[in-house]
Design a protein around this ligand. Structure first.
Ligand code: FAD
Ligand code: NAI
Length: 464
């Protein structure tokens, strides 16, 4: 029987990063993965393929809408869907292959197959049982189901995100259930490809948890890009009739029932932790009512020697959160100090414009009892943004009126997903808005808008 210091179950961003860090810390490490390629949801059917399609379709949008204005004349490109899918597949392949290379480099054994924990310290994969001093569960998540709506990705009519990333052809009409991150990113992809996209959302606002000003601005801009929204709608059922799907929903305000048809219905109503057939019940691993594995602040479950990280535990279901927990749990197992600052985990939506967020929203800061000041700066006042047709967004910085400490920042605009990290670093160092305002920012860059928002928290922005 092979024995290891650590066996990680699941090779998503949580699991593979954890395995690499364990190996780097001198621990004999194996990682169990049931998929044919490493990288988990994120690399195979999540972050990476969705960003490839967003990039390709954004390029099309630029060619159709902005090229002529810049003097780049000629017919807009036509879409070869099979080639776009092949490009996406190639990007995924390069990334999953990269993890396989890193496993070999770090001498991590990939135990191919589905893992079950037979007992503390014993993981069964296929017919073989392996021993491990420590087990890290990193089995991730899967799409939530919706009563009355049966997903069949093979048929390609009612699909989840995995099906929506690999449709056989571009739909003419798509219904997206859920105005969350997946719905808006993949809805944008198909709207840019010319589909009529109808987003049906249960709540009265999009992207729950996001700062209200950003919710409003993002919905306004997506509407301009052709996405339609039906808000406050409770989906009753979806059925397939021939090559089409029929969706029935009730409006919550008056209980009226409505039916709409589409070529494709995308169900994007959240994800749930995946722990099926791991054997947790028999082991007595404590779970939360929402199906997450309960851990302490060192990622230990209640069963000695068993840890859990990533989407399968509490917190935002984000690749970088899983990675950070993966590294920290490895450090803990190696007898070092593992730390994740859950107050400074950025979130990004890769629509156009991008949206990013870190720390407290204005409402959350007020609810937490802070006397809040808000510094806002529009990208209309940013020279670089105007040059690339990206003046529509803004930076909104939240600071504590008493101490000037930055409590959060919310950005909708060009490169928002990169700009937010200046704020993450600032928050990690406990910076004030003035610290950011006094930092020289290169001109012309989008980052000047972040500095201007910081200035707006104090003596005032210059270009407003
Ligand atoms: P996962 O990535 O889900 O990996 C778990 C792995 O464990 C899987 O490969 C699974 O096959 C394997 N597994 C499960 N059980 C077993 C078992 N018993 N034995 C062997 N193997 C097992 N997040 C971002 O931060 N940025 C984004 O842009 C982003 N885009 C996304 C787009 C889409 C369409 C989706 C669906 C998700 C996106 N996410 C994004 C979320 C991100 O993918 C997840 O938060 C992240 O993958 C979680 O990592 P994880 O390691 O916890 O689990
Ligand atoms: P989500 O939680 O972001 O959004 C789900 C949406 O569906 C919510 O607006 C919710 O109100 C709505 N909803 C729920 N039930 C409904 C119903 N019955 N009818 C109509 N609407 C309903 O979940 P989503 O978009 O599925 O994403 C899952 C996870 O994947 C998220 O937690 C996210 O963090 C992660 N992800 C992250 C990305 C990123 O970081 N860029 C990209 C894609 C996914």
């Amino acid at each position: 029987m092979s024995s290891y210091d650590v066996i990680v179950i699941g090779a998503g961003p949580g699991g593979y990063v954890s395995a690499i860090r364990c190996a780097q810390l001198g621990l004999k490490t194996a990682c169990v993965e049931a998929r044919e390629t490493l990288g988990g949801t994120c690399l195979n059917v999540g972050c990476i393929p969705s960003k490839a399609l967003l990039h390709a379709t954004h390029s099309l949008h630029e060619a159709e809408h902005n090229f002529a204005t810049m003097g780049l004349k000629g017919a807009a490109p036509s879409v070869d869907w099979d080639q776009m899918q092949a490009y996406k597949g190639d990007v995924v392949g390069q990334n999953t292959g990269g993890i396989e290379f890193l496993f070999k480099k770090n001498k991590i054994d990939w135990l191919k197959g589905f893992g079950t924990i037979e007992a503390p310290g014993k993981v069964k994969v296929g017919d073989t049982t392996y021993e491990a001093k420590n087990i890290i569960i990193a089995t991730g998540s899967e799409p939530s189901t919706l009563p009355g709506v049966d997903v069949d990705n093979d048929k390609g009519i009612i699909v989840d995100s995995t099906g929506a990333l690999s449709l056989k052809k571009k739909p003419k009409k798509m219904i997206v259930i859920g105005a969350g991150v997946i719905g808006l990113e993949l809805g944008s992809v198909y709207a840019r490809l010319g589909a009529e996209v109808e987003v049906v959302e249960f709540l009265d606002h999009i992207t729950p948890g996001m700062d209200k000003d950003l919710q409003k601005q993002l919905q306004k801009l997506l509407k301009k890009q052709g996405l339609n929204f039906t808000m406050g709608a409770a989906v009753q059922s979806a059925e397939v009739k021939g090559n089409k799907a029929k969706l029935t929903y009730k409006l919550r305000k008056d209980d009226s029932e409505h039916t709409i048809d589409a070529d494709v219905v995308l169900v994007a109503t959240g994800r749930r932790p995946f722990t099926d057939k791991l054997g947790l019940e028999a082991l007595g691993v404590e779970m939360s009512p929402r199906g997450q594995i309960k851990t302490d602040n060192q990622w230990r479950t209640n069963v000695p020697g068993i840890y859990a990280i990533g989407d399968v535990i509490d917190g935002p279901m984000l690749a970088h959160k899983a990675e950070d927990e993966g590294m920290a749990a490895a450090e803990v197992i190696a007898g070092k100090h593992g730390h994740v600052n859950y107050d400074v985990i950025p979130g990004v939506i890769y629509t156009h414009p991008e949206v990013s967020s870190v720390g407290l929203t204005e409402d959350a800061a007020k609810e937490a009892g802070y006397d809040v000041k808000v510094g806002k700066f529009s990208f209309m006042g940013n020279a670089r943004a105007k040059a690339v047709f990206a003046g529509d967004g803004f930076v909104k910085m939240i600071a504590d009126k008493k101490t000037d400490r930055v409590l959060g920042c919310h950005i909708i605009g060009p490169a928002a997903g990169d700009l937010i990290h200046e704020i993450c670093v600032a928050m990690e160092f406990g910076a004030s808005a003035e610290d950011i305002a006094l930092t020289c920012h290169a001109h012309p860059t989008y980052s000047e808008a972040v500095r201007e928002a910081a200035l707006a928290c104090g003596s005032g922005a210059i270009h407003m």
